[in-house]
Structure formats: C-alpha cells, structure tokens
Design a binder for this molecule. Structure first.
Ligand code: SF4
Length: 361
C-alpha cells in the first residue's frame, strides 16, 4: 500500500543534515537569518571561509545522492542568475529564490535542468533578486497575448527550479516574496506550485491577491513516484486554506502519467479536488495540465538516482519532440495526448466548472 492510500503521517518539515553558508551569504541579513533558524533547530551550520562550496561526495552514487539531498547551501545569486528568463507557458518570467528540492520524485524535472549533485541552494540576496523585478513589469509574453491571463499582469514563476514551500520553514524566502508582491502596487503576480502542504506561515501575510499558489498533484495511486512529498489530501486541504485566506489558487496536475488505470486515478483526483474546494466563496481557480516527459539526459540522471523505479520511461507510447531551441524530449504520442487532453477537459468541466484551464502540454 502506498503512503497516501495508507494514511501514513505527512513528512515533517525538512531538516538537512548540514547547512553551508558562504562568506558572502553571511553579509546579507536574510542569509544570517537562515543560518540562525537552522542553528535554532539544532541543524549543523558551517560558516565557510569563502564563497566556494568545495563539496566532496562519496564515490558511491547512492550515498552521494543521499548526502547531497541532505545539504542546504546558502549562497548569493550572481548577476547572471538575476537576469530573468521567459518561462512559457507557466508565466512570463522565472524568478529563482532557490534551486533544488529535498523531495525524491522519480520523474523530477530538476534532473534535466540542474547540473551536479542534487544539493539545495537558497539565495541570501533575496532583496536584490526581488529588486530586479520592476525592470520586467509590462514585458510579459504570456499575459500580454492571452485573454485568459491578461488581468493577472506580468507573472513571475518561483517554482521552476525548486519547491519553495518545502524550504519555507528554514528559509522564510517565500513569505518574504509574497509580502513583497503584496506591497508592490503593480499589475503583477507571483506564482508558485508545490507538492508540500505547510501553508500556515503564509495565511496571515498581506498578499494583496498578488500571489497564486497551485497544488502540484498526482493521484494517491501514483504516490510511489513522489517520495518525501506531502499527502495529496493535505496538499488539497492546504490549497483550500490558502483560498480561504483570499489567495488565488490553482491545480497543477503534473506530471500526468498515462500508466495503467490512469482514467480512474485522475478522475478520483479531480473529484477530490472539487470536494476540497467546494463552497469556498469567490474562488479564483486555474488548472495547468502537464504530461510526463523526459529526455536522454534527465532519464540517465533519474535512472542513477532512482534505480528500480516503476515509472515508465521506455519508448512505449512515446514520440520525440524538438523544442524551439533544438533540444529533444520524449513525450506521449499524439493518440495518447489526445485522449489525455479530452479526458481532462471533460472531467474538469464537469467537476470544476468555474476553473480556467491555462494550458495543456
Ligand atoms: Fe522535483 Fe518537485 Fe518532486 Fe521536488 S517536489 S523532487 S522539485 S518534482
């Protein structure tokens, strides 16, 4: 029986075995606060003499993976990282408060995006990162061309390279960003999606309706692919609490896995989401549908991180698709994509008629 179906306890807040803080990170109040928070929780904090992490991991890939996943580095985002990249279709721009994630999803998209051992880095110069955002105001490509999203202003996605809620008990970065957007009297929106559920610190923030939280979901039947994340039931309950606190919310159904029994599993998931959100006044709900994909590089990394995973990354039902930058990815074939898309559109129209589907990919 999987964790979620069994009703097992939700994971506790992440406690890395060590927190490394670079010398430059210590010059920022936010960096010092993260170090103090970690120390107050009894976590080993190492103040580095310089800015290089000099990480040495065991040769054994399993142990190296475990050590890396238990390491949080507090660093400074350099100017190159503070130049934002467009990130269609999720948002106009990608803003990184951190990179890496403590969970263990066997499809994790970070495997194809981040290089090296999977440590988590959080940026101490949060004020500098947020301070660049006004330069991008009104320069969106998604919201300017989409009627469904134009009213959201310029959108900034904080979950491209991390799950910011997973890190929140240690970093406070997400709360600070939400409060920053709340105070920013601009036509803009912060967005984050999460497989975690402890939203308590976010509920009382002065968010001004300018942050949209989405719960990233897969059916409990596929929980075996989402190690170390919160139970689906808890994610939906967290989303309902955020909606009650006046946040716009959403469902990121991702990655959609066309494994045996997917119709029943996703049908039940949408029904559960509808039940969790039923009766909430003024619900502003969006849905994003993202099918499972991978490429040769991410598959090799994931195979090394999760040998023996039951997640199907074979060529069955797959075709190769080229991105506009020439990179290849393996996506479901046209017939499977059509059947997934039709299914989700019907189910969502029936169970969540007020929801807006932002995109399906
Ligand atoms: Fe990767 Fe998201 Fe899972 Fe974290 S929660 S391991 S970022 S897929």
């Amino acid at each position: 029986m999987d964790q979620q179906a069994s009703g097992a306890r939700a994971p506790r807040a992440w406690r890395p075995r060590r927190v490394l803080v670079t010398r430059s990170a210590m010059t920022f109040a936010h960096g010092r606060q993260i170090a103090e928070r970690a120390a107050a929780q009894g976590i080993k904090v190492v103040a580095l003499a310089g800015d290089r992490l000099n990480l040495a991991f065991p040769d054994d890939p399993r142990r190296a993976y475990a050590e890396a996943k238990n390491t949080l580095a507090v660093t400074v985002a350099p100017p190159s990282k503070r130049r934002l990249q467009p990130i269609a279709p999720s948002a106009d721009w990608r803003v990184d408060l951190a990179e890496g994630c403590p969970a263990h999803c066997s499809y994790c998209y970070l495997a194809g995006s981040l290089k090296g051992p999977p440590i988590t880095r959080v940026y101490a110069n949060l004020d500098e990162i947020l301070g660049t955002l006004p330069d991008y105001l009104g320069r969106g490509t998604i919201t300017s061309r989409s009627d469904a999203r134009a009213h959201e202003g310029t959108t900034f996605e904080a979950s491209c390279y991390t799950d910011p809620l997973a890190l929140e008990p240690l970093t406070g970065s997400l709360s600070a960003a939400i409060a920053w957007f709340g105070a920013w009297q601009a036509d803009a929106q912060l967005r984050f999606t999460t497989k975690f559920a402890d939203v308590t610190p976010l509920l009382a923030l002065d968010h001004g309706g300018r942050t949209r939280m989405r719960a990233s979901l897969n059916p409990p039947a596929f929980a075996r692919f989402e190690g170390g994340t919160a139970r689906v039931h808890d994610r939906l309950a967290a989303l309902a609490r955020m909606a009650t606190a006046g946040y716009p919310v959403g469902l990121t159904i991702a990655p959609i896995i066309a494994a045996a029994g997917w119709e029943e599993a996703y049908g039940a998931l949408i029904a559960d989401a509808a039940a969790a959100l039923a009766g909430l006044p003024d619900l502003d709900l969006t849905v994003e549908l993202i099918t499972h994909r991978f490429n040769t590089g991410s598959k090799a990394v994931l195979d090394s991180w999760y040998p023996g995973s039951a997640l199907d990354m074979s060529e069955t039902n797959r075709v190769t698709k080229r991105t506009k930058f020439g990179a290849e990815k393996q996506v479901y074939d046209a017939a499977t994509m059509r059947s997934l898309r039709g299914f989700f559109e019907r189910q969502i129209a029936d169970a969540l008629p007020a929801a807006r589907i932002l995109y399906s990919t």
